[in-house]
Design a protein around this ligand. Structure first.
Ligand SMILES: [Zn+2]
Length: 470
């Protein structure tokens, strides 16, 4: 007897992956630290070459790459070794947007679809974009599980341990923010994810109460929100955040001030780098000497943002990402437009992978002020050095006066009402000139004024600049 009508074939996630093979190919922690993390440079290169050639073969099966590569005169078989990587034409987010316009809703860079036969169990998350419709990404089971493994490595490198209660204050919803860490913590660290999400998901005061009541030891979140939480605890709830027993903070620090965060919470803060498309690319170890790249899963090249010339280790450039593990929508020389540089020396921890120094800023956040390149992230780093400010800031860029000359006004939140605004203005304006090489105006403002611009308490994606010249 049957009870009809049910579908005959439902693809089960756990049956869709050969887990033993995946764990050999991309060892989760702690195996990673005994295997892949110790490969010699030659062994790593051989592994990368094999996976790179498989990824290029996969690229030829995907309409977007066939079109992009053919338009640049590439033919199947042209790419024979890892040395040929540099012959592949670069693309960026504008090409992805066009691909989505051409073939909505997912774009023809996506090599998988909900209508494939046989069907794979898929999951959709998006970019964290705040204006317009975010860009969707479908993940195949292998893609998603490998991302969880890579993020799991990151968590253990930071010092998360089995049994830790981990508060995840990254957004819950379409964006990958909170979802990806949940999968990683749960499956590959033994720690317990506590998914409060951003201030929009769970009010900040409630988050502090949860930290206290449930024995939270670790917080994951963006630096601006971690600062906001500490200040709400201290100033609105009368709770010294240092008394809460937080051991570590996991974040994307970039140009943010690590010491300020560590000081507020009395906890160590660790840096990582990731994207919604490809997950965790790199993470700091206990030595905090830069971010170890997961080179069995990625090749990251540094290139001059203007000319595309590849740069030697130590020089700052935009990052080209090539994924080595992705099946659904591989990235092959994707210009992510984040600025970084490689370290030139090995890390004392013994992990042989190359390390990024840090992420210095977004190339497309960069504004030209009277001929000088200015990153808002560098403005923020200078503001954080001054204890009279809370670290919150927002940049307004305009054309002013008859000459319509470029003008940047940086609103800076003061740490408390007693701060002398004129003195802070003068000191910060002098400091900015030194740091940026160009004059900007500083406007000190009271606590809370900036929130409507930065959206710090509501969103995990904090805005820092509006360019009103466009
Ligand atoms: Zn290390």
């Amino acid at each position: 007897m049957t009870i009809a009508p049910y579908p005959e074939n439902i693809p089960w996630y756990t049956k869709s992956i050969d887990f033993e093979k995946l764990w050999r190919d991309y060892p989760p922690p702690p195996d990673y630290f005994r295997t892949t993390a110790l490969l010699s440079r030659d062994e790593m290169r051989a592994l990368q070459e094999k996976r790179f050639l498989e990824t290029v073969a996969r690229g030829w099966e995907i309409e977007f790459f066939r079109r992009h590569w053919s338009a640049h005169g590439m033919e199947p078989g042209d790419i024979r070794t890892l040395d040929d990587l540099t012959r592949i034409p670069v693309y960026d987010v504008n090409d992805i947007r066009k691909s989505i316009e051409r073939n909505p809703p997912f774009g023809d860079f996506m090599g998988i679809s909900p209508h494939d036969e046989p069907q794979l169990p898929l999951v959709l998350q998006t970019s964290g974009g705040t204006t317009g419709l975010p860009r969707p990404m479908l993940y195949s089971p292998i893609d998603r599980e490998t991302m969880a493994i890579l993020a799991g490595r990151r968590m253990i490198m930071h010092g998360i341990r089995p049994g830790d209660m981990v508060l995840v204050t990254l957004s819950l919803g379409l964006g990958n923010g909170g979802m990806a860490p949940r999968e990683a913590l749960w499956r590959y660290t033994g720690a317990v994810p506590v998914m409060t999400g951003s201030g929009a998901n769970t009010p900040t005061r409630r988050q502090i109460e949860i930290i206290k009541a449930w024995g939270i030891k670790v917080i994951l979140g963006f630096p601006a929100y971690l600062r906001h939480m500490a200040i709400v605890a201290r100033d609105e709830m009368g709770i010294d955040p240092r008394s809460l027993g937080i051991r570590l903070l996991g974040s994307h620090l970039g140009m943010e001030n690590r010491e300020l965060l560590e000081d507020l919470w009395g906890a160590k803060a660790f840096d990582m780098y990731g994207t919604h498309e490809s997950g965790t690319l790199a993470a700091e170890c206990q030595h905090q000497t830069g971010l170890h790249v997961f080179e069995d899963a990625f090749i990251l090249e540094m290139a001059d943002p203007d000319t595309g010339r590849l740069l030697p280790d130590g020089e700052k450039g935009t990052i080209y990402i090539t994924t080595l593990y992705k099946y659904g929508a591989p990235q092959i020389r994707f210009n992510i437009n984040d600025i970084s540089a490689y370290h030139t020396t090995p890390c004392p921890c013994g992990n042989t992978s190359r390390r990024l120094q840090r992420i210095f800023g977004r190339n497309d956040n960069m504004v030209k002020l009277r001929g000088t390149n200015v990153f808002p992230e560098a403005v923020g780093a200078a503001i954080l050095e001054d204890k009279r400010s809370s670290g919150e800031y927002f940049c307004f860029v305009d054309r002013v006066g008859e000459a319509q000359s470029d003008h940047m006004d940086v609103w800076v939140e003061v740490a408390d009402p007693g701060v002398d605004h004129d003195a802070l203005r003068n000191d910060l304006e002098r400091r900015m000139k030194e740091v940026l090489g160009v004059k900007v105006q500083i406007t000190p403002v009271a606590r809370g004024v900036l929130d409507q611009y930065t959206q710090t308490s509501q969103s995990s994606k904090v805005k820092r600049i509006v360019d009103r010249r466009k």
